[in-house]
Design a protein around this ligand. Structure first.
Ligand code: TRP
Ligand code: ZN
Length: 482
């Protein structure tokens, strides 16, 4: 099987060209695992979001989905996904058409409160016309039957995302707008919901999703795996991974159940590296709990597949990792459980809050290790780039669609937190961080709210600080402290 250039590397190159950089390469949280050609996918679902769009288009907030129940049947050999999605919907603006996103798979029937409903699907939207009267506050049971041949969808930068068909199953990671490639969804950051996900796969394969395993049932040569994610979850953080997995368990801080799915087909060296890394999970979780406060969910774990994934994602409760895994990456994705997952962002412009806290967590973890370096040294490394380095050309609180995963979002984000800590002092900084995590748990936040909390907790006017660090490009005058 020929090795091909990693699509994400190409995309990062492209992303960085967009800001004039000459050096590519992310980020913590991403690996350089070799990729292999994804078989012969002839059907490819592609997104139509242009890379130059400032923001990822969000669905209009006219409904509030409380719960998704996804019944999926996947045929690995022909990459056929057949699903029934049952949604509990509250209408918040009855004047607007009832609209979900579904891009790629085709809806074949829609029922609202049990009655057949008219629908049309175009440009990634599924617009439903309920037969009965709908007013603001009406609760609707919306059921969508759908099916599609799955391929390798690409995000606006060309990175594989969404439901990615693999030779022995699938990997699903949908940041930023890949969720509609596999289920009908209200794909907007501010609408969190609970999920039940049932996946029927050929017997012998394992289907892993978010939350707790609630059932495993064999019938007619197939196994149905059932998962329950009780805590509110944003669409892009939902996952299903199908493969030759071995499930293992660990126990985290306070008895937290940890469930890992690791591919049996990994080569021996990679498998032993991954086992060694995963052994650190309880320790890392304990470190994060001590640093940021209580773990926000009822379960944790990891998904590691052998198929051509070249970045990790903080899928809720159970991050997906590339087959290269180390303690920094684990720390990064697990820190996202607090920042990104529990404390969600309201718009993609706020992504520096996710990546800044996750990267800062890596710096803090490193500082505790015998092999590691101090947080100050990590900050100095990041800041050592000369002022004309394209790294400094990104305004991190206003990334374009193509800049969402630029290094600056991660490292300038972490530097901002470090500079804030130096400016307001440890006591105020940790008060801000802990209040941020606890008071916004399960919700969504904006950059303005973070600025407000930091200002309030420190009793300092931080207008100039935030203007310099997050609302402007250019290298800040580090000697000045802000
Ligand atoms: N946000 C992910 C993380 O920090 C990484 C990620 C998601 C990514 N999509 C990407 C990186 C596309 C590069 C390209 O763990
Ligand atoms: Zn991240």
């Amino acid at each position: 099987v020929p090795t091909i250039p990693l699509s994400a590397h190409r995309s990062r190159g492209a992303a960085i060209l967009a800001v004039g950089a000459l050096t590519a390469g992310p980020l913590v949280g991403c690996s350089s695992a070799p990729a292999t050609e994804p078989g012969t996918a002839t059907v490819t679902t592609t997104t139509t979001v242009p890379a130059t769009t400032t923001t990822v288009p969000a669905a209009i907030d006219t409904i509030d989905v409380e719960r998704y129940d996804l019944d999926l049947v996947y045929s690995v050999a022909d990459r056929l996904l057949a699903g029934t999605a049952s949604l509990e919907v509250i209408v918040t603006d009855a004047a607007a058409p009832l609209t979900l996103q579904l891009r790629g798979p085709r809806a074949t029937a829609v029922r609202v409160d049990g009655a057949q409903a008219q629908f049309r699907q175009s440009a990634g939207d599924l617009v439903i016309t309920p037969a009965g009267t709908v007013t603001d506050g009406t609760h609707l049971a919306v059921q969508v039957d759908y099916e599609g041949t799955m391929g390798t969808p690409k995000d606006a930068n060309g990175t594989a995302y969404g439901w990615i068909a693999t030779p022995d199953g699938a990997q699903v990671l949908s940041q930023p707008d890949g969720a509609p490639t596999w289920y009908p969804v209200h794909d907007t950051l501010t609408d969190k919901a609970s999920y039940d996900i049932h996946v029927s796969v050929p017997q012998g394969l394992t289907a892993v999703a978010n939350g707790e395993l609630t059932g495993e049932k064999d019938s007619g040569g197939r196994t149905t795996w059932s998962w329950h994610a009780a805590e509110p979850m944003t669409a892009y953080l939902a996952t299903v991974s199908i493969g030759d997995y071995t499930l293992t368990t660990q126990t985290g801080p306070g008895g937290l159940p940890i469930l890992n799915a690791v591919d049996r087909d990994l080569d021996a060296q990679t498998a032993s590296d991954i086992t060694a890394a995963l052994e650190l999970q309880p320790t890392i979780l304990d470190f994060l709990v001590r640093t940021w406060g209580p773990y926000p969910f009822s379960t944790s774990g990891a998904i590691v597949d052998d198929d051509r994934l070249d970045y990790a994602l903080e899928t809720q409760t159970r991050p997906i990792y590339a087959s290269y895994l180390d303690d920094s990456t684990l720390t990064h994705e697990l820190a996202h459980q607090w920042f990104g997952d529990s404390v969600g962002i309201a718009t993609w412009q706020d992504i520096w809050l996710n990546e800044g806290f996750a990267t800062y967590s890596e710096w803090l973890w490193s500082a505790e290790q015998s092999w590691g370096q101090s947080v100050q040294a990590s900050a100095e490394d990041a800041a050592a780039r000369p002022a004309d380095d394209p790294f400094w050309a990104v305004t991190i609180a206003a990334p374009t669609r193509a800049q969402l995963f630029d290094r600056a979002v991660y490292e300038r984000g972490a530097l901002t937190l470090h500079a804030l800590r130096e400016l307001i002092g440890d006591d105020a900084f940790w008060a801000v961080a802990r209040a941020w995590a606890s008071s916004n748990a399960g919700g969504t936040v904006t950059t303005a709210e973070f600025e407000g909390l930091a200002t309030q907790e420190s009793g300092t006017d931080l207008t100039a600080f935030f203007r310099t660090w997050i609302h402007s490009a250019g290298k800040p005058d580090l000697a000045a402290g802000h």
